[in-house]
Design a protein around this ligand. Structure first.
Ligand code: AMP
Length: 276
């Protein structure tokens, strides 16, 4: 396993797992998926880069956990070949204007991430475009944990007619059901209990027979002191628009809530009652 800071030292082709570090079992599951896809011929590159352009809150960027030595150790144990840990100046060379790709419509669906984090997906599209240019992956693995991000990246790749294959990895959870996240370390014991209402709200949505009922059920579960709900919705799974044919819908229940200032995301499939 090598740690590379200079993109000139990266291999010609690879399977890429883009991350912001502070790795946990969710990230490592993506490394295993990348290893399977790469087989014995292609190297697996894990990029570790806390991308400043996707943070619209300077305190969140500042508080973001960082531990490169631990991350490198975990990547080596999990079968990665290279950790690519570039400086900000490598990704965004000073004096050179980094082009921002056109934002796909799925990035700005009302009532989702863009409402609470304006500009976030512009930063995501920018960094994904730069990382793909620097790492030249044949395939890249993204987690379903960030469902909207996954749809945004898929739309970006399609719009740019890029040949990079986008592979999705399922959400990895703690034993109690909380979706793993690098931000979970900022939750106290009490916060953890409150945070479990996100997973429970997704379970409640499953039993509802319309998206409206599902959303009501989610809000009822999330009505907990200290849980500041940003959104709790059921949408088309790919375009993230409101669902039309709800009885035969392949939808996604998406929830975002802040607990003690920590922004938490979770999601799950929502299938219309006629095709369950
Ligand atoms: P991040 O470091 O938070 O930018 O995440 C890097 C990648 O790991 C993204 O594609 C995330 O969706 C994915 N990821 C984060 N948490 C999980 C999880 N609990 N399960 C699966 N994938 C995850």
């Amino acid at each position: 396993m090598r740690v590379v800071r200079d993109p000139g030292l990266l291999p010609e082709r690879c399977v890429l797992v883009p991350t912001m570090g502070a790795l946990h079992a969710g990230h490592l599951s993506l490394v295993r998926i990348a290893r399977d896809r790469a087989g014995g011929n292609l190297p697996v590159v894990v990029s570790i880069f806390v991308n400043p352009t996707q943070f619209n809150d300077a305190r969140d960027l500042e508080a973001y956990p960082r531990d490169l030595d631990r991350d490198v150790h975990l990547c080596a144990q999990t079968g990665a070949d290279i950790v690519f840990a570039p400086d900000v100046e490598t990704v965004y060379p000073p004096g050179v204007k980094t082009p921002s790709p056109k934002l796909p419509a799925v990035a700005v669906q009302p009532g989702l991430e863009d409402a609470g984090r304006p500009g976030h997906f512009a930063g995501v599209c920018q960094v994904v475009t730069r990382l793909f240019a620097l790492c030249r992956p044949v395939a890249a693995v993204f987690g379903e944990k960030d469902w909207q991000q996954l749809q945004v990246v898929r739309a970006l790749v399609q719009a740019e007619r890029s040949s990079v294959q986008i592979i999705a990895g399922p959400i990895v959870r703690e034993r109690d059901g909380l979706a793993m996240s690098s931000r979970n370390v900022r939750l106290s014991g009490d916060d953890r209990i409150k945070a479990l209402s996100l997973r429970r709200s997704l379970d409640a949505a499953q039993r509802a027979s319309t998206p409206e009922q599902a959303e009501q059920a989610m809000h009822a579960v999330l009505d907990v002191p200290g849980v500041d709900v940003q959104y709790a919705v059921v949408r088309d799974a790919e375009r993230l628009e409101p669902l039309r044919d709800t009885r035969r819908a392949v939808g996604r229940a998406l929830v975002c809530a802040c607990v003690s200032g920590v922004r938490l995301l979770d999601n799950d499939a929502w299938i219309g009652p006629d095709i369950r």
